[in-house]
Design a protein around this ligand. Structure first.
Ligand code: FES
Length: 110
């Protein structure tokens, strides 16, 4: 079972914002959607782009890749439109005592 790792203070991630953190050298994107937190692989499944630098769709609970525009569902990691066809991994995220903690899911993308 994955261990939770403290990644940042919650204050650095206000609602409507994203940030890139690293866990054991793996880039992870964390998001705040109106107080609900999500964590995904930061690297797009289509090519080398950082999802935390994309446009956050708060209403749709999705992130748009900054390179070619695929939108990924923050709850499932599934792409909602081309060109990406593979999901990105989602990771468990918790708010504890004012900090964000993420448990990295180790299995490979399918
Ligand atoms: S790199 Fe993300 S859609 Fe192409």
């Amino acid at each position: 079972m994955a261990e939770f790792v403290r990644v940042c203070e919650a204050a650095v991630l206000p609602p409507g914002h994203a940030a890139r953190v690293e866990i054991d050298g793996e880039p992870v994107a964390v998001f705040n959607v109106d107080g609900a937190y999500f964590a995904l692989d930061d690297t797009c499944s289509h090519a080398l782009a950082s999802l935390s630098e994309g446009e956050l769709d708060v209403r749709g609970c999705a992130i748009e890749c900054p390179l070619h525009g695929s939108k990924f569902d923050l709850r499932t990691g599934e792409p909602r439109c081309l060109p990406a066809v593979e999901p990105v991994r989602t990771h468990a995220i918790e708010l504890r005592d004012g900090a964000l903690w993420v448990a990295l899911r180790r299995e490979q993308r399918v």
